[in-house]
Design a protein around this ligand. Sequence first.
Ligand SMILES: [Zn+2]
Length: 251
Amino acid sequence: MKLYHAIEELQATGIVTAGISQRKGGVSRPPYTSLNLAEHVGDAANAVTANREILFQQADLKNLHYCRQIHSASVIDVDNGTGVTSEKPPEADALVSAHRGIALGIFTADCVPIFILDLSTPAIGIAHAGWRGTFARIAVNTLAQMKASFGTVATNCQIHLGPSIQKCCYTVSTELLDQFAERFGSTVHDGTNLSLQDANVNQLVEIGLSVTSISVSPFCTACRTDLFYSHRAEDGQTGRMLSFIQLNAEN
Ligand SMILES: [Zn+2]
């Protein structure tokens, strides 16, 4: 059984393995049925461990680095020795690396997973962008950290926004809509519903990226709870997908 949805737009470069886990094929019981990858949602620890083992084996992930996500706009450079371990992950919402064979991961269930590939260095980044992270421009921050760490030039990057809640299902308060419209332009909402995807695309275009270098998944997590977890569609009681990206070993 296929446990993850590959990000073909990035994998086609041959440089990376990138994907997002789907919800079927794991061992977790309701409401986490069944491939929950996150420890912090109340699922049985042994189920999460077993789920990670089967996913890591299928996706060939050996060395996953992740963080304790706090809806911030903070970025960790995994290569600078801050020591990202599974026992005590540091607080942040994005990770960057230029090492081959290191996988970066973030957990989501509606929030936007943002995959970044710097084709020329090469280097990678991944970010967790809910409304708070999106509003605080975490995608731009992640590119800024990649520039500081690896000399990444944003216009050499290819970016993918993975499965996440889309405008069809994301009704928010008028106050929030107004704040987003003011910061990212009125096209990010339709009067009642917000597009986190558009807000992220707009902030990337604002710093010089071409829309052709940014791809957006067609999947809305709230519409497709058959495939993915949705925090909003499942009233907060559900599992988390793992989005991952890893620089492949040189051939
Ligand atoms: Zn939807």
